[in-house]
Design a protein around this ligand. Structure first.
Ligand code: NAD
Ligand code: UFG
Length: 343
């Protein structure tokens, strides 16, 4: 199939592009590089030995996007493009509503106009809010507590309306849990700008000596060791989930949401210990206050994806930590964040 991959230069997008190429698909990546670097796509080509088309464009620009739709006849769209930082979304909500919602709206309007009705969309476990019991299941009530989460919720609603109006659409909504890890080659990975908000990039930078100490946000949760529990999933498994979702939307109409996680929760302290094991480094940490808005425990029920997509996460926590560490160690100048500050 010929696939439009929005946001394909980013962390999850680049891993998925590699899988798509290896499976014989043709891809056109549209990315404005607001949170990525074109070199990730060079590395995708290096890993796969295959070519792709890259167009540096903003998906909110309807005229430019229409030119792309006119030039290429796409069979399906995988839509990753969007801003994703929860804290930033609270400070600049309009940027998030514009980029994520207007960008998606533009893309969906053009898909309708050019009769491309097969879509895989990146949603997030954040749409479960904080009031559901674990394990989280796709049919549980949804809510959001920040603008980022609301953009995912609105886009999901938009897609359900699009499908109601035209049941020829075929839509897979993928709710990722905590994507981590890197390509086993060490060539692709996550490279957050500035001080990382998320646990894995922060821990790798502490292990590498770029940050002095990890703050563990909350040690008094009602969990096995008092620290927060999450369902971490290796980005390579996640990329595989997109292939399975694409196969599903290619051969049937409908709209379905799928959890992509492992179904297993690990605490912050378990992550620290596993990183110490794979890196052979001591990870200094301090126990700090809970972070506002954090749930104590979040993990998925993945049975729907297992049954309907025949997809299962296969990589272990050790794989996730080892590949994150390799990536950290293998980064070249291109990827190094020149503004990195030691704190
Ligand atoms: P990322 O920032 O690495 O990738 C997103 C890509 O989209 C970037 O390359 C960025 O430059 C591009 N982009 C952003 N706005 C754009 C626009 N208007 N036009 C064109 N390109 C644009 O993020 P990621 O971690 O790969 O996440 C991909 C998707 O998955 C996002 O929609 C994100 O919300 C969702 N998601 C991510 C996580 C996570 O923890 N990484 C969890 C749940 C959901
Ligand atoms: N944590 C720390 N110290 C840190 C960073 C995180 O202790 O420096 C803890 C958090 O309190 C939490 C766990 O590590 O218990 C994981 O935190 P992350 O920030 O890595 O991930 P979150 O679960 O908070 O959120 C992530 C994405 C969201 C997405 C959500 C569900 O950042 O965008 O997963 O997919 F919505």
């Amino acid at each position: 199939m010929k696939i439009l991959v929005s946001g394909g230069a980013g962390y999850i997008g680049s891993h998925t592009c590699a899988e798509l190429l290896l499976s014989g698909h043709e891809i056109v990546v549209v990315d404005n590089l607001s949170n990525s670097n074109e070199s990730s796509l060079e590395r995708v080509k290096e890993i796969t030995g295959k070519d792709l088309i890259f167009i540096k464009e903003d998906i909110t620009d309807e005229m430019k996007m229409e030119k792309i739709f006119l030039e290429h006849h796409f069979d399906a769209v995988i839509h990753f493009a969007g801003h994703k930082a929860v804290g930033e979304s609270v400070s600049v909500p309009l940027n998030y509503y514009h980029n994520n919602i207007s960008g998606s709206l533009t893309l969906f309007k053009l898909m309708k106009k050019y009769e491309i009705k097969k879509l895989v969309f990146s949603s997030s476990a954040t749409v479960y809010g904080s009031h559901n019991k674990v394990p989280l299941k796709e049919d549980m009530p949804l809510s959001a507590s920040n603008p980022y989460g609301r953009t995912k919720l609105f886009i999901e609603e938009m897609l359900r309306d699009i499908y109601s109006a035209d049941p020829e659409w075929s839509i897979a909504i993928l709710r990722y849990f905590n994507p981590v890890g890197a390509h086993p080659s060490g060539l692709l990975g996550e490279n957050p700008k500035g001080i990382p908000n998320n646990l894995f990039p922060y821990v790798t930078q502490v292990a590498a000596g770029k940050r002095t100490c990890l703050s563990i946000f909350g040690s008094d949760y009602d969990t096995k060791d008092g620290t927060g529990i999450r369902d971490y999933i290796h980005v390579a498994d996640l990329a595989g989930g997109h292939l399975k979702a694409l196969e599903a939307v290619a051969c049937s109409n409908g709209i379905e949401a799928f959890n992509l996680g492992t179904g297993q929760g690990y605490s912050v302290l378990e992550i620290v210990r596993m990183f110490e094991k794979v890196s052979g480094k001591k990870i200094p940490f301090q126990l700090s206050e809970r972070r506002k808005g954090d749930a104590a425990v979040s993990y998925a029920d993945c049975s729907k994806a297992r049954i309907l997509l025949q997809w299962n996460a296969e990589k272990s926590l050790e794989d996730m930590c080892r590949d994150s560490w390799n990536w950290q160690m293998n980064q070249t100048e291109t990827y190094l964040d020149k503004e990195l500050q030691i704190i």
